[in-house]
Design a protein around this ligand. Structure first.
Ligand code: GLN
Length: 239
């Protein structure tokens, strides 16, 4: 993509068997002004996209461990190479699970501590705006987006957690209630470079006025998730 051509940014959305949220992710890209490109897990060619979203769902039925099989999909070999080269990659929920399994992000996702599926509107604090996916938010801003998962507990040892905190790579933290027992209330993290971000809650379901969740204090806005997709477009223009 040439600098300054915001609307021509092509954002790939990968579909695995069992993916649920690819259509909403593609729609979010379109509403932000980008061009969504459908990518299939078995295809190792990313079709020249500028960034990639790994959407939510139950890829390969969450068999073995959520994300553990998807990690070996041919598309993921291409994503790992592209991410190492600096391409923006966002993993949402099951996509976050795939990113940890693929070792693009540290830590692991395990069963929610209460052992129940959780589905709710969740308030998050945006703790880092230095990533390809959060540069259009304000540091400390609270956003409300849906959360729905069974394996949403982020775990890592203290050395990794201290490193994430020390390097400003805790991108989102749960506010008000920790819905799954995640260490240090962590809802999302990034890699060192800030091009790879993963989180459990779902920004792609909060991109259109009147349909997303109410804000924390104010009237229903429903668009708190749109900033992920406008952020990546902005990061591509400034790249
Ligand atoms: N919404 C989702 O992406 C679900 C993620 C995952 N398979 C889980 O339940 O933990």
């Amino acid at each position: 993509m040439t600098a300054g051509t915001l609307a021509s940014a092509r954002i790939g959305v990968i579909t695995f068997p069992g993916t649920l949220d690819d259509r909403d992710a593609a729609r979010a890209v379109r509403l932000a002004g980008g061009e969504p490109v459908s990518l299939w897990h078995a295809d190792g060619d990313l079709r020249g996209v500028d960034a990639v979203v790994l959407p939510g769902g139950f890829s390969y039925g969450d068999y073995l461990r959520a994300g553990a099989i998807s990690r070996f999909a041919p598309a993921m070999d291409a994503v790992v190479d592209a991410a190492k080269g600096g391409m923006p990659v966002l993993g949402i929920c099951n996509g976050f699970q795939v990113l940890t399994e693929a070792h693009l992000l540290p830590g692991s996702m395990v069963k929610n501590d209460h052992l129940h599926f959780v589905c709710r509107e969740q308030v998050l604090a945006v703790e880092s705006t230095s990533t390809a996916w959060t540069n259009q938010y304000l540091a400390g801003q609270h956003i409300t987006i849906p959360l729905k998962n069974q394996d949403g507990q982020f775990v890592a040892d203290d050395r990794i957690l201290d490193e994430l905190e020390g390097e400003g790579r805790v991108v989102f933290r749960y506010q008000g209630w920790n819905p799954n027992g995640s260490r240090r209330d962590i809802a999302g993290i990034s890699n060192e470079r800030g091009n790879v971000v993963g989180l459990m809650p779902h920004p792609e379901h909060a991109v259109e006025a009147g349909f997303g969740p109410d804000g924390e204090h104010g009237p229903r806005t429903g668009t708190d998730g749109l900033g992920f997709f406008t952020s990546v477009l902005a990061s591509l223009v400034s790249a």
